[in-house]
Ligand binder design. Structure first.
Ligand SMILES: Cc1cc2nc3c(=O)[nH]c(=O)nc-3n(C[C@H](O)[C@H](O)[C@H](O)COP(=O)(O)O)c2cc1C
Length: 186
């Protein structure tokens, strides 16, 4: 029995690179969750802020072991990130640094959405990181949403129709990659 037939549902683990209350990126993740159909188990990872700072000269903390396990167990990953000071948020980079030696993202279907004011620098930087971690991405599973705040309503809903369609399209492409990977593993 394959991993996927045992679980029946495919699992997406979603990670917001922002810890801020009322984060735009959390709003984008909520919108993405709405586009995941019934055969997807969509889980939002909440532990980013509790991970210790990367230091591989110490035994990894239980939070790190759990983080790695969640990544390994997921069929696909969705990362939504802001751009802070022209770069990737430190908390997100820290979490990814913990996966370098254990290769938890290797060949893992992954979508990256960068939602910021500009965001292009963090987007490019994180793509470099994800490529070196050997995550499985395509142009269709990456999206840069600029001026994100103007695209959200006061409740954090996505009010811009083009942005909604673009998020939906990224989700469809991610599920496509996940199905391809599941077929190979059968
Ligand atoms: C400390 C800080 C630094 C920021 N730096 C940038 C930046 O360099 N480039 C950019 O496009 N937006 C920048 N922004 C704007 C954020 O991208 C924007 O507020 C976005 O909504 C943040 O995402 P979040 O709400 O999910 O945290 C910055 C915001 C903060 C709070």
């Amino acid at each position: 029995m394959t991993q996927n037939s045992a679980k029946n549902k495919l699992t997406i683990l979603a990670i917001s690179g922002s810890l801020r209350e009322n984060s735009s990126n959390s709003s984008i993740i909520n919108a993405a969750a709405g586009f995941a159909d019934d055969n997807i188990n969509f889980t939002i990872y909440k532990g980013l802020g509790s991970l210790p700072h990367f230091d591989d000269s110490k035994e990894p903390a239980p939070e790190v072991l759990e983080w790695r396990q969640l990544l390994r167990n997921a069929d696909g990953i969705l990362i939504c990130q802001p751009e802070y000071a022209f770069g990737v948020a430190g908390v997100l980079k820290n979490a990814l640094d913990w996966t370098v030696t254990t290769a938890d993202l290797a060949y893992k279907p992954l979508a990256l959405i960068t939602a910021a004011t500009g965001g292009d620098k963090a987007h490019a930087a994180l793509l470099l990181t994800l490529n070196v971690l050997m995550a499985k991405l395509t142009d269709d599973t990456t999206l840069l949403i600029q001026y994100v705040r103007s695209k959200l309503d006061e409740h954090g809903g996505v009010k811009d129709p083009d942005t909604k369609m673009a998020i939906k399209s990224v989700m469809n492409s991610l599920v496509g990659l996940m199905n391809e990977a599941a077929a190979v593993n059968e």
